[in-house]
Design a protein around this ligand. Structure first.
Ligand code: FE2
Ligand code: FE2
Length: 358
C-alpha cells in the first residue's frame, strides 16, 4: 500500500499557492506571483506539482521504467538565432523579432482549445487500472490548468498576453498585425490564411485520415496524438525561451531594463508542469495495454509509433517551413531598406546552413 497521495480533486489541481504577491505588468495582473522570499511561483501549482511528482513516483514503483524523454538537441536552435536577431536589431530592423514574439503569444492562446481534448471514461481503453494516475486526472484539472496557463483566465493574463506584454515592454508598444489567421493555417487547422475553419464533417474525415490504429477508439488516439504534439512543442520551446531571454535582456538593443526577459523567465517556469504531466501520462499509457477492437495492443507499440510520427513531423516538414518563413519575414522587413542586400548577406552568414537559406 502506497503512502503517496495519488488522487486529487479538480479544485486542488487548479489551486494557487496562498498569499502570493501578484505579478503586475504595466497595469495588468498576470497569473502566478511571488512568495515571501520573493521567489516567483507558477499559477495553479500548489497541489499540481506535488501531484505530478507523486504520479511519477507511483509509476516508477509500479512499473520500474523511466519516463518518456526526448533530448533538446533533437531540434536545432531558433531561426533567426540570437546572433541574427541582435544583428537585425542593431541595424534597426525590428519587425522580424516583433512578429516572432507576436506569433509565440498567438500560439500560446490556442492552448484554450485543450480543455476540449478530453475523452471521457478513459479506463475503457486500458486493460490495467488507471486509478491514481495522471491519465485519470487529465479531465480533473490537468487539461484545464494548462488551458488557463496558456490562454489566461478571467482577468488574469496568461502566456498569450504575457508574451505580448514582454514584446510591448521591449519594443515600446509597436504596431502589430494580428497573427491568428496565419497561425491557424500554419498549424494545419485551415487550408489557407483566412480560410474558414472546416465544418464538423470535414474535420471528422480529416481525423480518420490521420488515424494510425484502426482498432483503437479514434477519439482516444486523437487525444494521444494531440498530447504528443503538444509535449514536443513544449520541449522544443526551450530553444525559444533561451532565444527570447538572451535577446530581451540586452538593454543596448531593447527597452525595459530586462523586464521583458524577466516576464519570459516566469512563463518558462510555468511550462515545467506542462512537460511533466504530459510525459507522465504518455509513459503511463506506454507501459499499459490498450484494449483494441480486434485484440489488445501493447502500449509501447501505440505510444512508440505515435511518438516517432510526432517527432518526424516536428523536426521535418514543419522545421523547413518555419526556416523558409523566417527568411521571408526578414526579407519583408528589409524591403525598403537602402542596404537591403548587404544586411541580408550578413544575416545569412550568421545563421546555420539550411536548404531554405541557400
Ligand atoms: Fe505556455
Ligand atoms: Fe505550456
Amino acid at each position: 500500500m502506497s503512502l503517496l497521495q495519488t488522487s486529487w480533486t479538480e479544485t486542488e489541481l487548479l489551486a494557487d499557492e496562498p498569499n502570493l504577491e501578484p505579478l503586475i505588468v504595466g497595469d495588468h495582473r498576470c497569473h502566478g506571483g511571488f512568495d515571501e522570499s520573493g521567489q516567483y511561483r507558477s499559477p495553479r501549482t500548489r497541489f499540481r506539482n506535488p501531484a505530478i511528482a507523486a504520479w511519477q513516483a507511483q509509476h516508477s514503483a509500479d512499473f520500474n521504467t523511466s519516463l518518456l524523454d526526448v533530448p533538446l538537441d533533437t531540434w536545432p536552435p531558433t531561426s533567426p538565432n540570437v546572433a541574427q536577431s541582435k544583428f537585425l536589431l542593431s541595424e534597426g530592423v525590428r519587425a522580424p523579432v516583433i512578429v516572432q514574439l507576436t506569433r509565440i503569444g498567438t500560439v500560446e492562446g490556442f492552448g484554450a482549445a485543450m480543455r476540449m481534448w478530453n475523452v471521457p471514461d478513459r479506463q475503457r481503453f486500458f486493460v490495467e487500472s488507471i486509478a491514481g494516475t495522471t491519465i485519470e486526472h487529465l479531465d480533473r484539472g490537468l487539461f484545464e490548468a494548462q488551458a488557463r496557463d496558456e490562454a489566461g483566465w478571467e482577468d488574469e493574463y496568461g502566456h498569450r498576453d504575457m508574451w505580448w506584454a514582454a514584446r510591448d515592454v521591449a519594443f515600446e508598444n509597436p504596431v502589430v498585425e494580428d497573427m491568428t489567421e496565419l497561425m491557424l493555417f500554419r498549424l494545419g487547422v485551415t487550408t489557407a490564411p483566412g480560410a474558414p475553419v472546416p465544418d464538423a464533417a470535414a474535420i471528422r474525415t480529416q481525423q480518420h485520415q490521420v488515424q494510425v490504429f484502426a482498432g483503437i477508439d479514434l477519439d482516444a488516439e486523437l487525444m494521444i496524438q494531440r498530447m504528443i504534439g503538444l509535449l514536443l512543442i513544449e520541449i522544443s520551446a526551450a530553444h525559444l525561451f533561451a532565444w527570447a531571454e538572451e535577446l530581451l535582456s540586452d538593454s543596448n538593443l531593447v527597452a525595459g531594463n530586462g523586464e521583458a526577459a524577466r516576464i519570459v523567465s516566469y512563463i518558462r517556469q510555468d511550462e515545467a508542469p506542462h512537460v511533466e504531466y504530459l510525459r507522465t501520462a504518455l509513459t503511463e499509457m506506454r507501459d499499459r495495454t490498450f484494449v483494441g477492437e480486434h485484440g489488445n495492443i501493447p502500449g509501447a507499440e501505440v505510444i512508440g509509433t505515435l511518438w516517432e510520427r510526432g517527432i518526424a513531423e516536428s523536426t521535418g516538414t514543419r522545421r523547413d517551413e518555419s526556416l523558409a518563413l523566417a527568411l521571408r519575414e526578414v526579407e519583408a522587413g528589409l524591403i525598403d531598406h537602402p542596404r537591403r542586400v548587404e544586411i541580408l548577406e550578413n544575416y545569412k552568414a550568421l545563421g546555420v546552413a539550411s536548404p531554405s537559406m541557400s
